[in-house]
Write a protein of this length. Structure first.
Length: 414
């Protein structure tokens, strides 16, 4: 228990270090989340400037983050040793209650992503190169609209984001929509990005009231809309499983299914983006969304394989860890040209809060994404049937193991 307390304290330090990162840009002090929006600017010079400023700021804390990770790593090794489990990976597997798939199956998943999805991602990157009329794809070229359109600006201010999102959920389903309205009435959302606020976005169930709480860092970009759909999906899960009698049935739901609840809402919500955009912008946003989904698979394989490497090489040095990361970036990183940005590339994993704060929690997104794509496909064929199945599967909470929830969902939507 002492090690878990220490790990939780160290985890807070990650939020403190990354939450305090700001840069001066155009006369104002800005958070790195705010700077992310500039990577969508059509002017390449602006993007490069914003990218370099942000990552140089992050590099200034490189040593701090490496040291922090090493403390966490020692703490985790000790946790495994104390319980007599031979390595932290096996310990994490039990801690995450992964009874339905093995580490070897994760490795198979990485290989499948490498052979089936990575070539498509490389093809999309080649298209992007041509569209942008550039010789090489630099790290600051991946977020911009490839046809030179100005970035999508879906809302100005939180009230507009919330009102439009409410209308999207109204169009999807009356019951889900009233759940989202309840979050507003009870002030259960903190959505704006501000200095010294912890980064990231998540939904958390409040155990006393059994109500969801949504925490985000929105800055006015399209991703914020998708993230609110996503966390909305998690909130619907919390609301749907409210009446499960056992605490663990309400709070210990298989994460692989939790992310199906949220990612399905991203996909179904995106069918109603006309609440935010013109028809032409809806097409752009949809294409970018599917591109992002494809691109996310090689990234998640990289992050997941890296964590397997770290915890299966418990005596590794800092240099060996960087080498292992770079080997994975070479294998799964696509066509991005990192010349001159090697230090950033070697430390890119510092951006992934999960590696610090919830070890091994990442592959779930890939497993869940496949499930969400299936629900979305069902919804395209039969919206009412698919949503009824979705809601009934959500209501099961953690009362059934993952394969049973999946089978029920299949049956219900058949
Ligand atoms: Zn999520």
């Amino acid at each position: 228990m002492a090690h878990e307390t220490e790990e939780a304290k160290l985890s807070q330090q990650y939020d403190e270090i990354t939450g305090a990162m700001t840069v001066p840009f155009r006369g104002e002090k800005r958070t790195l989340q705010e700077m992310w929006a500039y990577l969508q600017e059509s002017n390449r010079g602006t993007r490069q400037e914003a990218w370099e400023l942000s990552y140089n700021r992050a590099l200034a804390d490189q040593d701090k983050l490496d040291c922090l990770f090493e403390s966490m790593f020692q703490c985790r090794k000790q946790m495994a040793t104390n319980t007599g489990i031979k390595n932290y990976r096996d310990y994490a597997w039990r801690r995450l209650r992964r009874f339905d798939y093995t580490p070897d199956q994760c490795t198979t998943f990485h290989l499948a992503i490498e052979s089936a999805i990575l070539p498509v991602v490389c093809e999309l990157q080649k298209q992007r190169l041509k569209q942008l009329c550039v010789d090489t794809l630099r790290p600051w070229d991946t977020e911009v609209d490839p046809n030179g359109h100005a970035p999508l600006r879906p809302f100005i201010g939180i009230p507009e984001l919330v009102a439009r999102t409410q209308r999207v959920f109204d169009r999807i389903d009356g019951e889900l929509a009233s759940g989202f309205q309840q979050l507003q009435d009870l002030r259960l959302m903190d959505l704006e990005n501000r200095q010294n606020k912890a980064p990231g976005g998540y939904q958390v169930p409040l155990s006393e009231s059994r109500m969801p709480f949504i925490f985000l860092n929105t800055v006015g970009v399209h991703m914020d809309v998708l993230t609110l759909f996503h966390e909305g999906g998690h909130a619907f899960h919390t609301l749907a499983s409210q009446s499960q009698p056992l605490v663990s049935y309400r709070t210990s739901i298989p994460i692989e299914f939790c992310e199906v609840a949220s990612m399905s809402m991203e996909l179904i919500g995106s069918e109603h983006l006309s609440e935010f955009y013109s028809p032409a912008d809806v097409r752009r946003a949809r294409r970018a969304h599917f591109e992002a989904i494809l691109t996310s698979f090689p990234w998640l394989a990289t992050v997941d394989a890296f964590q397997h490497w770290i915890y299966m090489h418990p005596a590794h040095t800092r240099a060996e860890r960087a080498e292992a990361w770079l080997a994975l970036m070479n294998r799964l990183g696509g066509l991005v040209d990192w010349t001159g940005c090697e230090r950033v590339r070697a430390n890119l994993w510092h951006d992934v809060g999960h590696i610090f704060q919830c070890p091994f929690y990442f592959v779930e997104y890939g497993i869940a994404c496949l499930g969400a794509l299936q629900i979305w496909a069902n919804w395209k064929r039969d919206p009412n049937g698919a949503l009824a199945a979705y809601k009934r599967a959500l209501a099961l909470g953690g009362s059934r193991p993952l394969p049973v929830v999946r089978d029920e969902l299949d049956e219900l939507s058949a």
